[in-house]
Design a protein around this ligand. Structure first.
Ligand SMILES: [Zn+2]
Length: 458
């Protein structure tokens, strides 16, 4: 029996993709209904409609309400099979121009909005990269470092050069929108860290943490190497310190702070007060991000309050007081001594549940404001911050799902979903707070928040 396949494509289909589509081998099984058995041939027609970009969310296989239609309901299958190039076509053709159209005259001068190709569960990486790209001081200092460092001779490839290369590639594009494949960078990540080598779903926060620490290490090593070769202030060290850093002569040098530290590092003070002698012991520790425990129907402000709340150490958990020379009951408190320029807040949405023997995702509603006040110990002055990026975890479980990022650029909010970039209204941001009921459908939740200090560079 012969099957005639008619595929109607909209005119707007670019012709190379048209022919690619027509030649496409359709590997689906046809289920022949009893009443068609008698026929010598029949026609199967599939109509493909131009998809609208707003329909795209979730993974390629889940995506696309009726991107194509067929009489036998095979459209969805077809979409799944052809999903890879379809997404690319959408972005390169429709979505790119759509974003440019949406922004029109307001498209920021010199800015580039590029989607990042996904190499199989690399959305954890893409979402973090977009947040960092739109962290302007970080981007500028990375590009500055790289453009100067390139001239110092042959530098061995490392995570820093791969990231700088990627950012340079994006920022030097002639086109304003499109898609870039962060292939070298992803390969480097996998080469360097076994943890990210598999195709499994990874944790975006772990990745961010790994990346920032790695970048800081590379800059420190660069600086050490430069110190070894020349005792005088070297150009490489200056670069590690970034463009705006200079020490007046005669001021004793502090331990080297790279520009990664100067952007993200803050200092916490861990204060312990002995309840017998009242002696306060303070210990400082640095952080690149704050991990906060979350509660249902709460806010970042209340999570931060809990983070800094007083805890009593007693019973099994007593504190050794140096003055009393014995274990004593004590009160412990964490305070922010030096707020970072870029405040990264990680919400602990993945919680180990002992009864279940596994991690569980908490979709709790945690409100994160556009403007945040951070209480510090510095003369009790609040530091003010403004939200510029959110990495969102999509999905109900910890071991699967998807990551996207929301980014504020030149007062517009954009949603980056791997290859796709679209404009969103600021009011959309609050749909990512979480859900006030445990079993609601809302599983797209803010996971890592990026705030920039309004107080200028610290
Ligand atoms: Zn004491």
């Amino acid at each position: 029996m012969a099957v005639n396949l008619l595929v109607s494509l909209p005119r707007s289909f670019p012709s190379p993709i048209r022919s690619e589509f027509v030649e496409f081998d359709l590997p689906f099984a046809l289920r022949i209904l009893p009443r068609t058995l008698g026929a010598r041939s029949f026609q199967l027609s599939i109509t493909v409609e131009t998809p609208s970009v707003t329909e795209a969310s979730g993974t390629a296989a889940e995506r696309g309400p009726e991107r194509s239609r067929s009489g036998l309901g095979l459209g969805r299958y077809l979409t799944g099979v052809a999903g890879g190039w379809w997404d690319k076509w959408m972005v390169m053709g429709a979505a790119g121009s759509k974003l440019e159209k949406a922004l029109g005259d307001q498209f920021p001068e010199g800015e580039h909005y590029f989607g990042l190709e996904n190499f199989g569960n690399t959305c954890y990486c893409n979402s973090v990269l977009q947040a960092l790209y739109f962290c302007i001081p970080f981007r500028e200092q990375l590009l500055y470092y790289y453009s100067n460092n390139k001239n110092l001779g042959d530098v061995e490839e490392n995570l820093l050069t791969c990231l700088a290369d990627l950012f340079t590639q994006i920022s030097s594009q002639k086109k304003k929108t499109g898609v870039i494949a962060p292939k070298r960078f992803v390969q480097r990540v996998k080469k360097q860290n076994e943890y990210f080598r598999s195709y499994m779903h990874q944790d975006a926060h772990e990745f961010l943490n790994f990346l920032l620490n790695e970048l800081a290490d590379i800059l420190e090593k660069d600086s050490d190497a430069a110190k070894d070769s020349t005792e005088t202030s070297s150009s490489s060290e200056k670069l590690a310190n970034g463009p705006n850093h200079s020490l007046p002569n005669g001021v004793p040098k502090e331990p080297l702070l790279t520009w990664v530290h100067r952007n993200f590092q803050g200092i916490l003070t861990n204060e312990t007060r002995c309840l017998r002698c009242e002696t306060v012991t303070a210990r400082d520790e640095t952080f690149l991000d704050l991990s906060l425990d979350i509660e249902q129907n709460s806010s970042i402000t209340s999570c931060l309050k809990n983070f800094s709340s007083t805890e009593t150490l007693n019973a099994e958990d007593k504190f050794f007081c140096d003055k009393c020379c014995s274990l004593q009951e004590a009160q412990k408190r964490m305070k922010i001594k030096k707020p970072p320029h870029i405040l990264v807040i990680h919400l602990k949405r993945f919680k180990y549940v002992e009864q279940l023997g596994r991690y569980k995702k908490l979709s709790y509603r945690v409100v994160f404001p556009m403007e945040l006040k951070l209480n510090t110990t510095v003369e009790d002055i609040d530091s003010e911050y403004s939200l510029f990026a959110v990495v969102v975890h999509v999905g109900s479980g910890p071991n699967h799902g998807h990551y996207v990022s929301l980014v504020k650029s030149h007062n517009h909010w954009l949603l980056f979903d791997d290859e796709n970039v679209e404009m969103i209204d600021e009011s959309m941001v609050q749909t990512f707070f979480g859900s006030s009921q445990e079993y609601s459908g809302n599983t797209d939740n803010g996971y890592i928040l990026f705030y920039e200090s309004l107080g200028g560079k610290s």
